[in-house]
Design a protein around this ligand. Structure first.
Ligand code: TXA
Ligand code: MG
Length: 329
C-alpha cells in the first residue's frame, strides 16, 4: 500500500485541536518553532518517542529536546538549579535549551539513557498554543532525516519526511533559522555551550555573571556529549567546501556545475550557480536563509558547493558552526 503524504494544517483553532488530539493519542506532528521545524511527540510516552527516532532514522543514542509551555513544567521534568532559573527567566520563551538532571517521569528513550534532559520553552505562537492544548511536554528534534539539512518551513518537512508522518502544522518560515543554543548546566558553576545558536555567550554571561565555556571540540564518533556536536551534520548531499571569503573573480570564471553561496550579494556577478544568504550580508537574514538556501542549491545537483564563512559577532558563530558541519568530510 502506498504511504499517504502528510497533511499540512493551517493554525486555526479547529486544526490545532485536532493536532493536540493526534499528539495525545501518541502520534507525531511536524511543528513550527522560531528556530527550525521540529518533529513532536508526547515526551512522556516511550512509544511516541520511538516513532520520532524511526521517522528520522535517528540513532537512539542521540537524545531529544523536550519542549514545555510554562515554567511550572520545568520542575516536573527536570531538577533546575539557580543558574537554570535565571536563564529561563531571561530567555524563555526563546531559542535556548538547558541541559539539567532529569526527573524519573522522562522515559529513558528521550534522554538516550542519560541522567539529564534537554529542555526548551519555544516562542512560536502556534507551537505554544499546541503545547498548551495538549498539556504535555513534547519531545521534538529538528524535523529532518538524521544528518540532513534542518527544515525551516512546512514544505521542507513535507519534502523530506512527508511519507513518514501524517501531520504538519504550518507556521510560516522559521524566524531565526538555526537551532537553539544548548547550554549544559549540570554543573551550574561551569556552564558550557554544547551548540551555538541565537543566544550568544555574551548574553548568557551577562545574566549568569560567570564565564560560559564555548565547547567547540568535536568528539570522535559515538563519544558525542551532544550529537549536535557531531562533526558531520546538517549536510547537503553535494560535497561542500568552506572558504573564509569567496573570490568573485574565481566564481565568475568557474565551471557552471560549481555552486557559490556568498554571505552578501556579489555585485556585478550573476549566474544560475551564484547564490547569497542576504542582499547586504546581514547576519540575522543570513541565519534565516541558511538552511533554505542549502536545500535549494543541494537539489540542483551541482558537482560541488563553495560556502563562505560569516564574519562578525553574535550569530556568526552559529552560522559558521552549521557551515563547518555541512562541509565536514
Ligand atoms: O532549536 C532547536 O533546538 C530545535 C527545535 C525543534 O526546538 N531542535 C533541535 O533538536 O535542534 P535536535 O534533536 O536536532 O538537536 C538536539 C540536540 C542534539 O544534539 C542532542 O544531542 C542534544 O540536543 N541533547 C538532547 N538531550 C541532551 C542531553 N541530555 N545532554 C546533552 N545533549 C542533549
Ligand atoms: Mg537536528
Amino acid at each position: 500500500m502506498p504511504t499517504p503524504s502528510a497533511q499540512i494544517h493551517p493554525g486555526t483553532p479547529q486544526h490545532l485541536r485536532r493536532l493536540a488530539a493526534v499528539l495525545r493519542r501518541g502520534d507525531l506532528v511536524g511543528v513550527p518553532t522560531e528556530t527550525v521545524y521540529g518533529l513532536a511527540g508526547n515526551a512522556l510516552d516511550p512509544k511516541a518517542c520511538r516513532k520520532i527516532f524511526r521517522a528520522k532514522g535517528r540513532p537512539t543514542h542521540d537524545p531529544l529536546i523536550v519542549h514545555i509551555h510554562d515554567h511550572a513544567q520545568l520542575d516536573v521534568i527536570a531538577i533546575p538549579n539557580d543558574a537554570a532559573r535565571k536563564l529561563a527567566r531571561a530567555f524563555w520563551p526563546g531559542p535556548l535549551t538547558l541541559v539539567l538532571p532529569k526527573r524519573a517521569i522522562i522515559p529513558a528513550i528521550v534522554s538516550s539513557g542519560l541522567p539529564s534532559v534537554a529542555v526548551r520553552m519555544p516562542r512560536h505562537p502556534l507551537f505554544r498554543r499546541l503545547l498548551k492544548l495538549t498539556g504535555l511536554p513534547l519531545a521534538a528534534p529538528s524535523a529532518n532525516p538524521f544528518g540532513y539539512i534542518s527544515p525551516t518551513s512546512a514544505a521542507h518537512v513535507a519534502a523530506s519526511l512527508g511519507k513518514k508522518i501524517a501531520h504538519i502544522l504550518d507556521g510560516g518560515s522559521s524566524r531565526i533559522g538555526v537551532e537553539s543554543t544548548i547550554v549544559d548546566l549540570r554543573d551550574p558553576s561551569a556552564p558550557k555551550i554544547l551548540r551555538p545558536g541565537a543566544i550568544t555567550p555574551a548574553q548568557l554571561q551577562a545574566v549568569l555573571r560567570t564565564p560560559v565555556k564555548a565547547f567547540h571540540r568535536i568528539p570522535s564518533r559515538g563519544a558525542a556529549i551532544a550529537p549536535g556536536l557531531l562533526k558531520r551534520h546538517y549536510s547537503p548531499r553535494t560535497p561542500c567546501t568552506l572558504h573564509s571569503r569567496l573570490s568573485i573573480a574565481r566564481a565568475r570564471h568557474s565551471a557552471a556545475n560549481e555552486a557559490w553561496i556568498f554571505q552578501k550579494r556579489p555585485v556585478s556577478l550573476t549566474g544560475k550557480n551564484i547564490f547569497w544568504l542576504d542582499e547586504k550580508g546581514r547576519l540575522e537574514n543570513a541565519a534565516r536563509n541558511l538552511f533554505a538556501t542549502l536545500r535549494r542549491v543541494d537539489i540542483q545537483k551541482f558537482a560541488c558547493i563553495h560556502l563562505e564563512r560569516a564574519h562578525g559577532d553574535g550569530l556568526a558563530d552559529a552560522i559558521n558552526d552549521r557551515l563547518r558541519r555541512a562541509a565536514a568530510k
